[in-house]
Design a protein around this ligand. Structure first.
Ligand code: ADP
Ligand code: 5GP
Length: 208
């Protein structure tokens, strides 16, 4: 049986990364996992259709609403939420496997999901990415050229709620103005989490 101490250690290896749509979460997280060997980025399941260039299994697991509902009923999701009219959730099995292999796991999810993870795992490390300002956020969503005009409007409209929720549940705020700087800050937060979770054990840094 897993002791309370072991569970706390594992929880300390969960890094939740949230932020308004278009702020740069995926860009930052994908770069962090390239540079830190022991960090696994969870691939979420979603009912939204793939955007241009998005690949099944790399960006998301794109599944139907029926499949999503089945996964909820079977208890296969660590957390899930409806965001901008679509369902998004974290497949539990892959996260458990990575944690058992001693890896740190990043969950790139919204604040509703973040709140669920924090409730189940109070030691999870909560990181919120902020844009330098609203204008820049709007430009980034537009530049990504993935969403329709309607989708962009909905996403920008959601930013205020996300930021308000972040103030309640999140431990770290990272402003993504200069990308390299933001990546460095997230990596530093992960290093701290790694040290905290190791709780005095000698471990390799796991960085490339
Ligand atoms: P999110 O995952 O938060 O929705 P993305 O990672 O898809 O956001 O980034 C949205 C757009 O912003 C992409 O075109 C990305 O290249 C760009 N971007 C990310 N970070 C920066 C930055 N610091 N400066 C300028 N553009 C950025
Ligand atoms: P997008 O459609 O722009 O890729 O993502 C929309 C929103 O859904 C983002 O805020 C993103 O963080 C969130 N999201 C992505 N995957 C998950 C997930 O597994 N769970 C939850 N709760 N939110 C997610």
């Amino acid at each position: 049986m897993t002791s309370q101490a072991d569970q706390n250690k594992t929880c300390g290896k969960l890094i939740v990364v949230s932020g308004p749509s278009g702020v740069g979460k995926s860009t930052i997280c994908k770069e962090v996992v390239k540079r830190m060997e022991d960090v696994h980025l969870s691939v979420s399941a979603t009912t939204r259709p793939p955007g241009p260039g998005e690949q099944n299994g790399r960006d998301y697991w794109f599944i139907s609403k029926e499949e999503f509902r089945e996964r909820i009923e079977q208890g296969l999701l660590l957390e899930y939420a409806e965001v901008f009219g679509n369902l998004y959730g974290t497949p539990k099995e892959k996260v458990d496997e990575a944690l058992q292999a001693g890896r740190i796991v990043i969950l790139e999810i919204d604040t509703q999901g973040g709140k669920q993870v924090k409730a189940a795992c109070p030691d999870a490390v909560m990181v919120f990415i902020l844009p330098p300002d609203d204008r820049e956020l709007a430009q980034r969503i537009g530049r990504r050229a993935r969403d329709s005009a309607d989708a962009i409007e909905t996403r920008l409209g959601g930013a205020g709620n996300e930021i308000a929720a972040a103030k309640q549940y999140y431990d770290h705020m990272v402003i993504n103005e200069d990308l390299e700087h933001a990546i460095g800050e997230v990596m530093q937060i992960i290093r701290q989490a790694r040290e905290g979770a190791a709780a005095g054990h000698d471990e390799n840094s796991g960085e490339r």
